[in-house]
Ligand binder design. Structure first.
Ligand code: HEC
Ligand code: HEC
Length: 368
């Protein structure tokens, strides 16, 4: 767990959160030089109530402060009420549940993740725009997060109304018997005797408003898991896509280039995309498009090499300095869990050491 900080990252996030709620975000509230109490108050401070989903105040720490007013959540109180299981005691999934995998999983401090989806009977995902799938109202997705076989929380997103803000989200925290899990809209820290924190419903939103719809991993690139009979093939075979693609999609490049682009797409592209409110105040983009055929086509290459970041950080002003990870802020921010500067800014307290090595090798291999 971690206590709240009124800082750089957090101010920018609160700013983004304020945008979600009120449509207002100014660079003034994101500067390092902002005084500690200079405007952005974290504990429930951004005020207002979202039109859909009922997002209350902003909380960096996933509600671990204890005094945060929990965001409102009107969905089922218990996981057993969400339709995932036909028998939760034996963990038997309901008949209409689709289990799937993604190629570039989100890093949750090493936890294992299972993913489930349910579409309304007979409905399809609108895949006319292959880069931005749109889900039918009534779609439900779950992410079951465990460590060493112990269920920690199951994250839940349900589409209540059209538009990327039309989702309700919450983390359900499993009880010690694993007989059911309870909704925790304010988040909870150190669940089930681990150091893992469940994030608040507002924090969910910060990562999930980045696409044209509120889903991060169920898309053309992420489902192209490459093995025959992988998730994309299964979605096509089951007739779940309105406009099925003829074949799966490849991330451009080979070796460590491909791995780096895929990782950044999967873990960073949700926020660093042109559809996220953050795009108004930052130009860097890390989300891939299906038409990106070479590394040079990607906005990752086009918006990071030689570009200055907004803040100076440990000797790194430039986002990516080809040939030099030490002079690349993207590398520095991934390689720290200083809450002032870490990336991703929420939902993780442990550096993804394997990914950091991939990014190091990738940057070292780039021609200066
Ligand atoms: C740090 C960013 C981040 C935060 C915070 C976050 N998510 Fe996600 N989430 C992702 C990414 C990235 C994926 C897709 C990759 C994957 O499935 O591994 C994802 C996938 C999901 C999925 C599967 C459907 C989909 O969108 O792909 C669900 C359900 C989900 N998240 C719910 C939640 C809920 C509920 C919360 C809050 C309790 C939450 N998430 C917080 C980044 C985040
Ligand atoms: C929850 C949304 C979110 C996710 C996920 C996220 N970031 Fe960020 N990122 C931000 C915000 C907000 C800022 C602005 C904060 C600041 O300037 O200090 C930012 C700033 C940055 C910057 C500085 C950009 C600039 O122009 O100043 C870099 C580099 C960066 N992020 C890299 C990453 C990487 C790499 C990942 C994935 C490993 C990632 N981010 C994931 C929200 C996010």
């Amino acid at each position: 767990m971690r206590s709240p900080h009124l800082v750089n990252n957090v101010a920018s996030l609160a700013c983004v959160a304020a945008t979600l709620v009120a449509g207002a975000c100014s660079e003034a509230s994101t500067g390092l030089s902002a005084p500690p109490n200079g405007g952005v108050v974290l504990d429930g401070g951004t005020g207002g109530t979202g039109a859909a989903g009922g997002h209350g105040g902003a909380s960096h720490s996933g509600g671990s402060g204890g005094t945060d007013a929990a965001p409102e959540f009107y969905g089922p109180e218990h996981l057993s009420g969400t339709g995932l299981y036909s028998d939760i005691a034996s963990k038997l999934l309901a008949d209409d549940i689709i289990e799937y995998d993604v190629r570039y999983p989100v890093w949750l401090d090493g936890a294992e993740i299972r993913r489930f989806l349910r579409l309304p009977a007979g409905a399809t995902i609108d895949t006319t725009d292959m880069n931005h799938w749109v889900f039918p109202v009534g779609t439900v997705a779950w992410q079951e997060v465990s460590t060493q076989g112990k269920r920690l929380n199951t994250r839940y997103s349900r589409k209540l109304a059209t538009g990327r803000n039309g989702w309700e989200r919450v983390a359900y925290i499993w009880n010690d018997e694993e007989s059911d899990a309870d909704a925790a809209p304010g988040g909870r820290s150190n669940i089930r005797g681990t150091t893992y924190d469940a994030v608040s419903s507002l924090d969910c939103e910060l990562c999930h408003v980045g696409g044209r719809d509120g889903i991060n991993g169920i898309g053309a690139i992420q489902l192209s898991t490459q093995e025959p009979g992988g998730s994309l093939d299964q979605f096509i075979e089951r007739g779940l896509l309105s406009d099925p693609p003829a074949a799966g999609f490849e991330v451009p490049g080979t070796g460590v280039v491909k791995e780096a682009l895929g990782y950044l797409h999967g873990n960073c592209g949700a926020c660093h995309s042109k559809h996220h409110p953050l795009a108004d105040i930052r130009t860097m983009r890390l989300r891939l498009r299906v038409e990106d055929l070479t590394p040079e086509d990607t906005r990752t290459y086009q918006t990071t090499f030689g570009y200055n970041a907004n803040h100076y950080l440990e000797g790194t002003r430039v986002i990516v300095t080809p040939g030099s990870p030490e002079e690349s802020q993207l590398f520095a921010r991934m390689n720290t869990r200083d809450p002032f500067t870490q990336m991703p800014p929420i939902g993780t307290e442990v550096v993804d050491a394997h990914a950091v090595e991939i990014i190091r090798e990738w940057i070292e291999g780039l021609d200066p």
